[in-house]
Design a protein around this ligand. Structure first.
Ligand code: APR
Length: 179
C-alpha cells in the first residue's frame, strides 16, 4: 500500500480533490492555516462558511474551494489543548475520521491534511502526529474499495515534517502501518 505521503509545504498550493482546514467552531476564519486557506480561496469561502451554523469540536463540514486548486475544503475543528484530560485525543482522532468520511462521501480521491490543533490550539506535536497517522492508516485499511487514492499529511515547517516522519517510521516498525 502506498496511499500515505508526508510532505513539507503550503497546503493551499497542493493539488488534491479536498484540503482540510484547521478551523474554529464558528467557522469564522482566523490565523494559521485557516487564514492562509481563506486568503487563497477568496471571499466566497467565508460567505459559504457563514451559512453552515458552525461546527462541533471533533467534527467537520465541507464546502467548495473557490479559487484554490482543490475542489473541496473540509473544515475540521480540532480540540484546544487543555492538558490532555478533556477528551482531546478522541476529539482529534474524530476530526481525522470525519474528514476522511466526508471526502469519500463526496467522491474525493485525494485529500490533504495540515497538523490539526498543533498551532494556535497548542496540541503537543508528537502526540497529535501519532493520532493523525494512526487514524489515516486505520481508515485506509478499512477502505477496501480504495475509494481514496492518496492522503497527504502536509507539514508547514521542517520541525513538524521531521516529527511526522519519525512517528510514521515508528508505527511502520511496530507493524501498524505501511506506506
Ligand atoms: N499549510 C500547511 N500547514 C500550515 C499552513 C499552511 N499554509 N499554515 C500554518 N500551518 C500549520 C501550522 O504550522 C501548524 O502546524 O498548521 C498547523 C495547525 O496550526 P493552526 O493553523 O494554528 O491550527 P490549530 O492549532 O488547529 O488552531 C486553530 O487557529 O487560525 C485559527 O481559526 C483557527 O481558531 C482556529 C485555530
Amino acid at each position: 500500500m502506498n496511499r500515505i505521503q508526508i510532505v513539507q509545504g503550503d497546503i493551499t498550493k497542493v493539488e488534491v480533490d479536498a484540503i482540510v482546514n484547521a478551523a474554529n467552531s464558528r467557522l469564522a476564519g482566523g490565523g494559521g492555516v485557516d487564514g492562509a486557506i481563506h486568503r487563497a480561496a477568496g471571499p466566497g469561502l467565508i460567505e459559504e462558511c457563514s451559512r453552515l451554523g458552525g461546527c462541533d469540536t471533533g467534527s467537520a463540514k465541507i464546502t467548495g474551494a473557490y479559487d484554490l486548486p482543490a475542489r473541496y475544503v473540509i473544515h475540521a475543528v480540532g480540540p484546544i489543548w487543555q492538558g490532555g484530560q478533556a477528551g482531546e485525543p478522541s476529539l482529534l482522532a474524530s476530526c481525522y475520521r470525519r474528514s476522511l468520511e466526508l471526502a469519500v462521501e463526496h467522491g474525493a480521491r485525494t485529500i490533504a491534511f495540515p497538523a490539526i490543533s498543533c498551532g494556535i490550539y497548542g496540541y503537543p506535536l508528537s502526540a497529535a502526529a501519532e493520532i493523525a497517522v494512526k487514524e489515516v492508516v486505520s481508515f485506509l485499511e478499512l477502505d477496501e474499495s480504495e475509494s481514496l487514492e492518496m492522503v497527504l499529511l502536509v507539514c508547514f515547517d521542517s520541525g513538524v515534517h521531521e516529527c511526522y516522519e519519525r512517528v510514521f517510521e515508528d508505527l511502520c516498525r511496530r507493524g501498524r502501518g505501511q506506506r
